[in-house]
Design a protein around this ligand. Structure first.
Ligand code: ADP
Ligand code: ZN
Ligand code: ZN
Length: 748
């Protein structure tokens, strides 16, 4: 191995401008220690005072005149390894997913401001986001700067540390009093937040693993003890005992002196889940969640760093828990979209978990009832070790699944949103005093155009993606931008019942009330859960049988057990099927499988009615049969045919600007730059677009996109770096900003 002569160094992480790196020469005696992430002491500034820095890049090319490059003073030996690891991770994230080093460091490093005090005060707002936003806009107009500052902070996090607000944001007492008086905030005092877990004593009841479970535990632990490090994928249906498997493995890893991170999507991080871990591992676990303030999170990070805990459970951000001796990262429900960050850097937690594991000699376990195509693809190719859990751990009857063909309903002159089957079963459950969930898998905007008579959906001939209806009676593909006039009649069957699709939860609630006047109805969607605790209130009311029917979006199908629910109705399975991106089929399969898993989880067997205009679509039929393999086979064919991930890689470039013509000019220019680059590098990458984004304008900001398909991920990263360079130095992008998203999870 040959050593490099120069190191790019970021100066002390509290320094303002992190994106500025400084080049230093590496003295020979430090060659082998000067690795990325290493803590170094360097002479800085005029007086060459000695300060700390971290190496984030190595090269043999001097960037400035050699005479001006100072040598590193020394590489610090025995520096806290964890910091180096996290800095390296930040660097890797920046390189791999785009954005600045500053963004990346903020992602991996816990906020350092918190001061430890015995009694903490915090500022809490129960106002809905929308309302806060209105207040914020109003105060901004009135130029009340202090109020603007705190409202801005509240928009990001509805719980704030008192000291962070008064000192950090420089907010005075009268400002707080005004907010209190107007019921915008309240100030709470509480003991220092040492342990966020509500301790209710439940004793640990050991279970004896069944053979399928034992097989997994034994295999994984054999590898572990032999020093082999793999990534494992456990494909196990809901209730098959994955969590028990995790806990047995965790127990052994912890016993060997290492620590464990368990990622669980926030929505599934319920009291029951935490309690299960707590009853087994006690005070050695901690959790992170988005309801905690920065200070509270920081406390938990410190506990991890100081070795007070062994297991951290939490959503995506828990991945960066500063454990000194990490042994295992578990990603439960690994297919969840929330593992992809929606803010720059748009990293995927699984990718980062694998890198962090590699860095620290840990291993990774992914688990899901409906693995992502990406993960299953890796498992099939042998990159991951694959295990199956095919049976429910406890006796339970699988639900009976009905598919209601809505085209048939129309033929029978049934114009209601409830098929005859669903109606009949709802009446039946109301009579028996059992509970019903009605689920509408609405996601983003639903503007696809379909025929109610034959189910035909208008799709882009280039992208095989459903087109969405747009102003001026046009249909638009949001990948490639091609458009067509909105047809008056169905091109397949000539029916005039062709229209844009769209039904909201509120509308369904209304219909339920009209058709079943005696039923008590609750609705759960983004509107009814915006207030803090709204989510929990609705769920617990439903659990206490204060309602017969719960109407909701996908949030009702995750993780909660309601023994009295014996009927699940999926009102329009097609909504997610044609969401206008290549993952639509996969998401539909996942949602339907999860929804089906809700029915009859206890003794009473359940029934599920899936209403659809496309009863033959493979996402629907395979979900109804609970046949993941069959779904995968079909879906991967489509991805292969169209060169969509995971078969190829895809990069989204989003340009946004306050001025429409600037956005248009910049995206055209981007297109030119990319085409030229691809030609010169003799790549086989394909450019799709440019096109207005799916949401072409948000808050008066115009958005334009280009997608690039390319087989080789590294090639795509280089292409991004090249474009980023152009963006920073060319005058063509004035007044615009640029964002990248690799293998995007959502439409833009
Ligand atoms: P998953 O995580 O796959 O959804 P869980 O681990 O939550 O499954 O298991 C579902 C239920 O079955 C839980 O109540 C769990 O305690 C129970 N269970 C799991 N494994 C066993 C077993 N081997 N014997 C008895 N009960 C089990
Ligand atoms: Zn038709
Ligand atoms: Zn297209």
């Amino acid at each position: 191995m040959s050593y490099q002569s120069y190191a790019d160094i970021i100066i002390d992480i509290s320094h303002e401008n992190l994106d500025k790196t400084y080049q230093y020469a590496i003295p020979k005696e430090y060659s082998s220690f000067a690795i990325i992430g290493a803590l170094v002491v360097v002479p800085f500034g005029r007086g060459s005072r000695k300060i700390n820095g971290y190496i984030v890049g190595l090269s043999n090319e001097p960037k400035i005149h050699i005479d001006k490059i100072k040598p590193i003073d020394h590489v610090v030996e025995g520096a806290p390894v964890i910091e180096s690891h996290l800095i390296y991770l930040a660097h890797w994230i920046k390189e791999t997913f785009g954005g600045t080093m500053n963004d990346a460091l903020k992602t991996v490093m816990p906020v350092k401001k918190a001061v430890r005090i015995k009694e903490k005060r915090r500022i809490v707002s129960d106002k809905a986001y929308e309302e806060l936003n209105l207040l914020y806009e109003e105060q901004k107009r009135k130029n009340n700067l202090a109020r603007v500052r705190i409202l801005e902070a509240l928009l990001k996090n509805n719980i704030l540390d008192y000291d962070e607000v008064t000192k950090g944001l420089n907010i005075s007492k009268p400002t707080l009093t005004w907010l209190e008086k107007n019921d915008i905030i309240r100030i709470e005092s509480k003991q220092i937040y040492r342990n966020p877990i509500d301790k209710k004593v439940t004793s640990y009841k050991p279970v004896t693993l069944n053979d399928e479970q034992k097989h997994i535990v034994e295999n994984v632990l054999r590898d572990y003890h032999q020093g082999k490090r793999y990534t494992y994928l456990i494909h196990g249906i809901t209730g098959s005992g994955k969590t028990e498997v995790y806990m047995d493995i965790i127990s052994e890893v912890v016993a060997s002196g290492k620590q464990v991170i368990v990622l669980i999507p926030e929505i599934a991080l319920t009291y029951q889940t935490v309690n299960r871990f707590y009853s087994r591992f006690g005070d050695r676990i901690s959790i992170l969640n988005s309801r905690m303030s920065n200070g509270e999170r920081y406390d938990q990070s410190l506990r991890a760093q100081n070795g007070e805990i062994d297991i951290m459970i939490g959503p995506r951000s828990a991945l960066f828990t500063p454990f000194q001796n990490l042994g295992l990262i578990i990603v439960d429900e690994e297919h969840e979209g929330s593992y992809k960050s929606e803010q720059t850097p748009k990293y995927h937690a699984i990718e980062v978990a694998k890198i962090r594991a590699k860095l620290t000699g840990a291993f990774v376990i992914l688990g899901s009832a409906t693995p992502s195509l990406e993960s299953y693809y890796c498992a099939r190719s042998g990159e991951y070790k694959l295990f199956h859990l095919n049976n429910r751990a406890k006796e339970a009857n699988p639900p009976k699944i009905w598919i209601a063909d809505l085209r048939e309903e129309l033929k029978q002159k049934n114009r209601s949103i409830f098929s005859r089957k669903l109606k009949e079963l709802i009446e039946d459950r109301l009579n028996k005093g059992e509970q019903i969930m009605l689920f509408i898998n609405r996601r983003g905007y639903a503007g696809f155009v379909s025929c109610r008579s034959c189910g035909h959906v208008m799709k882009c001939s280039h992208c095989d993606i459903s087109m969405t209806s747009h102003i001026q009676g046009k249909l638009l593909c949001h990948y490639c931008g091609s458009n067509e006039p909105m047809p008056r009649t169905c091109p397949t069957c000539g029916s005039k019942y062709i229209a844009a699709f769209g039904t909201g939860t509120q509308k369904i609630e209304e219909m339920v009330r009209r058709e079943f006047p005696r039923a008590r109805v609750l609705r759960m969607d983004a509107d009814t859960t915006r207030n803090k605790g709204g989510h929990q209130k609705i769920l617990s009311a439903f659990a206490k049988h204060k309602a017969d029917i719960l109407v909701g979006t996908q949030m009702i199908v995750k993780g909660h057990d309601f023994p009295l629910v014996t009927l699940v109705g999926i009102i329009a399975a097609d909504l997610s099927l044609y969401a206008g991106d290549f993952r639509a089929g996969e998401r539909t399969f996942q949602l339907l499988s999860q929804a089906a898993g809700r029915a009859g989880r206890d003794v009473i067997p359940g029934e599920v009615v899936i209403q659809t205009y496309n009863p033959d679509h493979y996402s629907i039929t395979t979900a109804a049969n609970g046949d993941y393999e069959a779904f995968y086979e079909q879906e991967i064919l489509y991805r292969r045919l169209m060169q969509y991930p995971p078969v190829a890689n895809m990069l989204l470039v989003l340009i946004s600007s306050k001025e429409e013509d600037k956005a248009d000019k910049a995206i055209t220019y981007t297109d030119d730059v990319l085409k030229d680059y691809i030609k010169r590098q003799k790549l086989s990458s394909k450019i799709i677009g440019p096109s207005p984004a799916g949401v072409a304008k948000i808050k008066d900001i115009y958005r334009r996109v280009i997608y690039i398909k390319e087989n080789n991920y590294d090639e795509l990263v280089r292409l991004k770096n090249y474009l980023e360079g152009y963006f920073n130095y060319s005058g063509q992008f004035a007044g615009c900003s640029i964002q990248f998203d690799f293998n995007p999870m959502n439409t833009y």
